[in-house]
Design a protein around this ligand. Structure first.
Ligand code: ZN
Length: 108
C-alpha cells in the first residue's frame, strides 16, 4: 500500500501524516483519521455534531414548507413543491452520508 496516498473518507481530499502516530489529517476539510493498516478506525470531523443538527433543522423546516404548500390543495404551486422536495432530498442524503460516520466519530 502507498503510505503517501491516503484519501479522506469524507471528501476524498489528500491526507497528510501528523505528528501523532497513525493519525492523518485531510488538507481539504481538516478531518483527522486514525488508521490501522488500510482499515479506518476513528474520525474527528470538524463541527460534526453541529452539521448534523443543522441538517436536522433544515429537514424540519422543509417538511413544514412542503406541508403548508400541499395544504393549499388545488391552488398549490407544483414547481415550488418540486423544488422543495429536491432540496429536502439533498438535505436527507447529506444527513445519511454524515450519519454513516457516526460510528467512527464515536471511536475517536
Ligand atoms: Zn476531507
Amino acid at each position: 500500500m502507498d503510505e503517501e496516498g491516503r484519501r479522506c473518507p469524507l471528501c476524498n481530499g489528500w491526507m497528510q501524516e501528523t505528528e501523532e502516530e497513525l493519525v492523518w489529517e485531510c488538507s481539504h476539510c481538516r478531518t483527522a483519521a486514525r488508521f490501522e493498516g488500510e482499515e479506518l478506525l476513528a474520525l474527528k470531523i470538524p463541527n460534526y455534531h453541529l452539521r448534523l443538527e443543522e441538517l436536522g433543522k433544515e429537514n424540519a423546516e422543509l417538511l413544514s414548507l412542503i406541508e403548508a404548500e400541499s395544504g393549499k390543495g388545488a391552488g398549490r404551486d407544483m414547481r415550488a413543491l418540486r423544488s422543495l422536495h429536491m432540496e429536502r432530498q439533498r438535505v436527507l442524503s447529506e444527513y445519511s452520508f454524515m450519519s454513516y460516520f457516526q460510528q467512527f466519530v464515536d471511536r475517536w
